[in-house]
Design a protein around this ligand. Structure first.
Ligand code: BEZ
Length: 202
């Protein structure tokens, strides 16, 4: 299998974390692509017409995207504890949490492009403020919810860890830990997992 990804992509990181958690790292070759929405990568576009990473080329020539689909596929390839609970309330709780974390990341990556790529005179400050408010609301909700995470490791909690890691990587000046002691303490613990240590963005 060939994974198109990037060391800076938080969605690519989520897939890498799942590869580590499931013991599948050696089964996947990795190709780091350098791309932005304005400078797409030809090999990525050939695999995924949306031009987005991560995407995973399987040995039979088929391709999987996006990160949620790839992560669930990989979770079906190992014999350890499942990161995607099979059914019931636990499954939908993990999927909801992943959706919350991925939504934060969609917003944060959009903001990154808005501030990094878009020429300054074309920037829309109200839009930027609304996107930042969305992330703040999600963080506040996680502050309420995370005492219930305990030691739970599933696709939901791993996705949250990747989202917080990306905020540290690209938006450290926004200081997401301020006023959120529970979330900060939970993240400090989970970030010590080998899968997260091995995949720190850069
Ligand atoms: C970043 O540099 O922040 C980034 C790179 C690839 C995908 C998403 C974000």
């Amino acid at each position: 299998m060939l994974l198109h990804t990037s060391p800076a992509s938080p969605f690519g990181r989520k897939v890498s974390v799942v590869l580590h958690e499931t013991g599948l790292v050696a089964k996947v070759r990795r190709r780091d692509a350098s791309l932005t929405p304005l400078a797409p990568d030809a090999a990525v576009c050939a695999a995924n017409p949306l031009g987005k990473i991560p995407c995973l080329e399987l040995d039979d020539g088929s391709v999987l995207y996006d990160s949620r689909v790839i992560c669930e596929y990989l979770d079906g390839l190992h014999d350890g504890p499942r990161l995607f609970p099979a059914k019931g309330a636990a499954r939908f709780e993990a999927l909801r949490l992943q959706a919350l974390a991925d939504g934060m990341l969609d917003t944060a990556v959009g903001l990154r492009y808005e501030t990094f790529l878009r020429p300054e005179p074309l920037r829309w400050t109200d839009w930027i403020a609304a996107q930042k408010a969305k992330i703040e609301r999600a963080l506040d909700r996680l502050e309420q919810e995370c005492p219930r995470f305990g030691e739970r490791i599933d696709i939901g909690t791993l996705a949250v860890a990747c989202a917080l890691g990306y905020l540290d990587f690209r938006f450290a000046e926004d200081r997401w830990r301020d006023g959120r002691p529970e979330l900060a303490a939970w993240y400090a613990r989970v970030a010590e997992r080998p899968s997260l240590l091995a995949t720190r963005p850069g």
